[in-house]
Write a protein that binds this ligand. Structure first.
Ligand SMILES: [Zn+2]
Length: 257
């Protein structure tokens, strides 16, 4: 069973994140690029045989008076409250897959207890793409205690809970990790199969619904060749398998196929 836990939503103006001058249809889609788009922050819980899996853990909160808050849409409860509402305690989680170590996807992995950062999902192995761990960004930030990387990945690593994933990984219970580099070098997606029902939890492989019909629209920080190859790989599988898609920043009702 798959539960989508949207822990916050915020406004995101696409023109700030694309190199719009390089997009041929930019003028035609000016409304999209130049207006705030309401964006979700979906963490996902998967209950599979022998597994209570959390995909990404976000503690992002948007203050109601923030300029990035949509005034008329109340903010949802935080991740732990939503897990509790599903009768899931942090200690029940057996696996955490980190799609990639950007702050919004990892800020809910640890909490500060008496000045010490501690893993919240203390019984879970945490699966991170090795290429992300090895990246210069992560290795640099690990050295600086003020960074979210140092406050999350380091205590998880030090507790022996971090598993570095190279390529794909099959858990053997219908759940797999697929390497989908592009957003970051180690970005990964999760494929869940239950009978004939297949779902891909794709993290930040796509940021906006329009990217599904404009596969070459990429936010500026993506590595173009690997992002395009990853999108192709996932969408080919989605089409063949008539699969569902859950993307972190796309509201569930617009993300499903
Ligand atoms: Zn993100």
């Amino acid at each position: 069973m798959i539960s989508i836990l949207n822990v916050t939503h915020f406004l995101f103006k696409p023109s700030q994140f694309y190199a719009v001058e390089g997009i041929a249809e930019a003028a035609q889609y000016a409304d999209f690029f130049n207006n705030d788009q309401l964006t979700s922050m979906n963490c996902v819980h998967v209950a599979a045989p022998g597994m209570s899996l959390l995909v990404d853990a976000s503690n992002e909160r948007i203050e109601p008076d923030s300029p990035t808050a949509q005034q008329n849409v109340p903010q949802p409860p935080n991740l732990l409250a939503q897990l509790a509402a599903n009768d899931i305690a942090p200690a029940d989680i057996t696996h955490v897959v980190i799609t990639h170590p950007h702050t919004d996807h990892i800020s809910g992995l640890t909490c500060n207890v008496d000045g010490q950062w501690r893993p919240i999902f203390a019984n879970a192995k945490h699966y991170l793409g090795k290429a992300d761990w090895d990246s210069q960004m992560v290795q640099t930030e690990l050295q600086d205690p003020s960074t979210v990387i140092a406050q999350t990945l380091k205590p998880i690593h030090d507790a022996g809970l971090l598993v570095l994933v190279e390529g794909d990984l099959d858990f053997g219970n219908g759940v797999q990790i697929w390497a989908t580099p592009g957003e970051t070098p180690g970005h990964q997606a999760v494929r869940v199969q239950s009978g004939n029902d297949v779902t891909y939890i794709i993290g930040d492989l796509f940021h906006f619904p329009l990217e599904f019909t404009h596969m070459d629209w990429l936010v500026t920080w993506k590595d173009r060749p690997s992002a395009l190859a990853s999108r192709q790989r996932i969408m080919q599988a989605v089409t063949t398998e008539h699969a569902h898609i859950i993307a972190t920043h796309i509201f569930a009702d617009t993300a499903s196929h």
